[in-house]
Write a protein of this length. Structure first.
Length: 257
């Protein structure tokens, strides 16, 4: 049977448009497609909530693809192994409390399992602003990433959310928008993003989980963003804290939905 190029285009345009329309009103909007965002999306979708993830880059997975310094191996400590086991990600023991996994397998498996659970993923989309209603984060303002890159003057579109998870990593982009232009103070000592400190893997791995929390009405932080917002240290290519942070973010939000 002959293939018709116009029908191929029609399928892509219609089905993407339907997907976007389905996600204009969300229970949870996740910004950032790294490990914390993917894990949070998986657990929320698994519970039947309407959740979508927005990633500005072409690829999902954040910095996990490159492991450490482009050696695509990641390290995970023992207390995060149940998450690897749940996702059926292969891992290997190096010594007590040190386990390693293939970064490519970890990213691709997290992404696949999250999609199969019902998480909708939109890549190549930038969150350029938020919506605020009665001093609460109530939605996201979206544009194509190429619009931002090209410095084009094109107005965005908006979606409604009951909760937002900022999983944008080191830049903590959504939290900075909230603190900088919404009139809402973050739940930090200064009311703004405190800023990330230098490397300390031991302290950072505990800090990222402890500080995964709601930092403004309707806004939860997860992953490296939690460290940056609350002033914790970075921890490098060990990812157990990222996985546990994503799960904790979902568990914090679920009862509130």
């Amino acid at each position: 049977m002959k293939l018709d190029e116009v029908i191929i285009s029609e399928i892509i345009i219609k089905e993407y448009s339907r997907k976007l329309i389905r996600n204009l009103d969300l229970d949870v909007g996740i910004v950032g497609g790294g490990p914390a965002g993917l894990v949070a999306g998986y657990y929320l979708a698994q519970k039947g909530f309407k959740v979508a993830l927005f990633e500005r880059k072409l690829s999902i997975g954040g910095g996990m693809w490159g492991g450490g310094m482009m050696f695509n191996i990641i390290v995970v400590q023992e207390n995060a192994l149940p998450i690897l086991q749940e996702f059926n990600i292969n891992y290997h023991k190096y010594q007590d409390n040190y386990y390693w996994a293939n970064a490519v397998e970890a990213v691709s498996t997290l992404t696949s399992k999250a999609c199969q659970a019902g998480l909708e993923i939109f890549n190549l989309i930038t969150v350029e602003d938020i919506m605020v209603d009665q001093n609460r984060v109530s939605g996201l303002v979206l544009n194509w990433s190429v619009v931002e890159m090209g410095k084009l003057h094109i107005d965005p579109l908006t979606i409604k959310t009951r909760y937002v998870i900022d999983a944008t990593g080191h830049p903590s982009e959504v939290s900075r928008i909230v603190a900088g232009k919404s009139g809402i103070s973050l739940d930090t000592e200064e009311g703004i993003v405190s800023g990330e400190k230098s490397m300390n893997a031991e302290e950072g791995e505990h800090f990222v989980v402890d500080q995964t929390r709601e930092v403004a009405p309707g806004l939860c932080v997860a992953g490296m963003c939690a460290c940056a917002v609350s002033g914790g240290p970075r921890m490098g290519p060990i990812f157990g804290g990222m996985f546990l942070s994503g799960k904790k973010a979902a568990e914090l939000i679920i009862p509130k939905l």
